[in-house]
Unconditional design. Structure first.
Length: 390
């Protein structure tokens, strides 16, 4: 590992394998015919997609570009879950006609259904994205609070009812409902709310569905947080109380809970400097690679020193990145001063990092995978020639 060019990402396949297998095992115990889809948006690195495809995960995509990526990576439409508020019309129609799970998010998508081949649409898997007020169930836990989430058809304002009636009027079968919610807590209460609303909708409209899509957003590989087993049991306990849901197939779309904890970011100290009020440590990595939105308050990390730890005197130091932005500061550290050549390894940085990282000042860093004791190059560092060619 010391020979790797930094900054770089390293995918820990042993950790990834463990999380995937635990998720699948606990999921299929309850829903043996259910579907586990991998959320492309969480980390769309082709190496990761191929790796998880080989483990039997479906593709969960939220745009035409992601849909085309899934097809290019070898996915057939009938192993794709197509979500998102701004699907492209051509890909939408193709997905519907070729048997993908397509969760409708907008009125225009309902209208597009009328342009699909009537013989093929009767065999399609059409779902409706449900918009409901999570804040009513979990005060203080929803991401948008009282402003509401912006996706899907409102249950409370009867927009969902209108969408159901639209499908019935045009003799288009409704196969499922999609209830993914973004929350600040990812608590079990969130999934209890999702299951409760699904239960209520099925009762209200006397629906006979083939699937309920509860989305993703689970914790994974985080000590002291809910496990996959706990999430799935929370949902199943509610579904078992409704005869219409007792044998329902469930769809999940994990991303962060699988890849998030399975990736490290390696950086090296390249300089230190003393100013009037501070001691700065310059890393060859940047916050833009692992915190593109500059929102994180803390990081999980460890330090590998070139020299043995000597002495006990602590130094207040600020670890900074390579960019020319003053805000490119990771965190403050109070321990023996870091020196040039020391490494700082940031852990659990596989989710919403590589896909969001900008080519700002430096090009995309290389990505490696650690597998069976060997290091594999999963993505080369970008170059000026490649950047110009794009």
């Amino acid at each position: 590992m010391r020979e790797l060019q930094t900054p770089c990402f390293v995918i820990r396949t042993q950790q990834l394998d463990s999380l995937v297998e635990f998720c699948k095992r606990e999921f299929y115990k309850i829903w043996p015919e259910g579907i586990v889809g991998y959320s492309f948006k969480t980390n769309n690195l082709p190496w990761v997609i191929k790796y998880l495809k080989e483990k039997g995960l479906w593709a969960e995509v939220v745009s035409s570009d992601e849909y085309q990526l899934a097809k290019a990576m070898g996915y057939k439409a009938d192993n794709i879950i197509f979500n998102g508020p701004v699907k492209g019309k051509n890909e939408f129609i193709e997905a519907v006609e070729e048997g993908a799970i397509v969760n409708i998010d907008s009125q225009r998508e309902l209208e597009w259904l009328l342009e699909c081949n009537i013989d093929k649409i009767s065999k399609s898997k059409i779902g409706l994205r449900v918009n409901f007020c999570l804040e009513d169930f979990c005060p203080g836990e929803s991401q948008e609070g009282e402003e509401d989430g912006r996706f899907g058809f409102s249950y409370e304002k009867h927009e969902l009812k209108k969408a159901i009636e639209f499908l019935a009027y045009h003799n288009i079968p409704l196969s499922g409902i999609h209830l993914h919610c973004s929350s600040k807590t990812r608590s079990l209460n969130v999934y209890k709310a999702i299951a409760s609303i699904a239960d209520q909708i099925v009762r209200d409209y006397k629906l006979s569905l083939s699937y309920i899509d509860i989305g993703g957003g689970f914790f994974g590989g985080v000590a002291g947080k809910p496990t996959f087993k706990e999430y799935f049991n929370e949902v199943n306990n509610i579904f078992l109380s409704n005869p219409l849901l007792k044998n329902i197939n469930v769809v999940i779309e994990p991303g962060m809970s699988l890849i998030g904890a399975s990736v490290d970011y390696l950086t090296t100290v390249v300089d230190t400097k003393i100013t009037k009020n501070n001691f700065f440590v310059l890393l060859d990595g940047s916050r833009v690679h692992i915190d593109p939105l500059m929102r994180k308050k803390c990081y999980t990390f460890h330090i590998e020193r070139e020299k043995s730890f000597v002495g006990t005197k602590n130094v207040h130091q600020i670890l900074c990145g390579f960019t020319c932005m003053e805000g490119d500061r990771f965190f403050e550290l109070n321990e023996q001063a870091l020196e040039v050549g020391d490494r700082v390894i940031f852990e659990k940085v596989g989710a919403y990092t590589m896909g969001l990282s900008p080519q700002f000042i430096e090009f995309y860093p290389p990505v490696y995978a650690e597998k069976n004791g060997q290091i594999i190059l999963a993505r080369k560092k970008n170059t000026a020639d490649k950047f110009i060619g794009e």
